[in-house]
Design a protein around this ligand. Sequence first.
Ligand code: IPM
Ligand code: MN
Length: 361
Amino acid sequence: MYKIAIIAGDGTGPEVVAEAVKVMQAAAAKFDFKYEGVKFDFGGERYMRTGETLPDSAIEELRGFDSILLGAIGHPGVAPGILEKGILLKLRFALDQYINLRPVRLFPGVETPLKHKGPAEIDYVVIRENTGDLYTGVGGVTMKGTPNEVAMQVAVYTRHQVDRCLRYAFEYARKNGRKARGKGEHNTLALVGKTNVLTFVYDLWERAFHEMGQKDFPDVRRDYYHVDACCMWMVKSPEWFDVLVTGNMFGDIITDLGAITQGGMGLAAGGNINPEGVSMFEPIGGSAPKYTGKGVINPLAAICAGGMMLESLGQTDASAAIDRAVRFVTANKLPSMAAGKMGHSTSEVGDMVAQYVAQNG
Ligand code: IPM
Ligand code: MN
């Protein structure tokens, strides 16, 4: 019996999470496992009501769960940064979810803005370090509001943070790279950095990358891209990529670019992973306030996040079945992935995926 915390959150979060839960239920019945979902109401509404984002007691409670499913955080009635820092980032940091795993996969039948590219070319994974970098909040401001105002925000990395992220990435590449999946001759891990300018932080990453690769993962091919060039190749030649690893800030940016190449936010799922602790899975799009309550938002990213969660819990067959079901639906049932243009409501899309899982496994 798995204990799953469900934080549906703001905007369209509850609508898409409901579909993810529906599909997980179908998978649980088909693959014979049980879980208990416990709902938490953290988000903008609660903040506006109580002034509370995420109390420390909630963190302690969440440590007792096997996993967390998150919908979306962000509310038009709350100033930017409060909920993001107070809930999403607080969860990532407090639970030390040091990996942000973001697959960039184009599903069949999904339109990509990349000309002449299809599911065979857009099929890689970004491993974003999730606890350090510009996200640590190190910095400050002085003489605010004067012409001499000084603002600083510092990219922070420790060797320990870099090493544990790289180890996860090398292991991931060895287990899930192109060769491991029968799709190429090598498993390749590419570091994405900016060694020509960020000569402290990315020098640390680069040394750690080659040291670890040479010593412990000689079978994994190593590659390197500057982040700016990486963006260019993500558009021009995404088929070059297998597994990418990068710091928190670059990872944030390049995964939005990746998401649009895989058909948009309606399809992009990610996992905030603590391999030794409690992980949290989420559709990486926002709360989409303008679509809230209309039943038009695409739930597939949330459904895929649920699939990633099941994989992390060891339910690999159930996870693979959800993946197949989503591919079936994108290939055969949806004329478009965009909100309001799917030809079906949010819950009908969830029904179709759940039904496919129930019937085909
Ligand atoms: C993401 C989001 C968050 C981030 C924001 C909402 C704090 O953009 O998950 O990519 O920057 O990590
Ligand atoms: Mn982002």
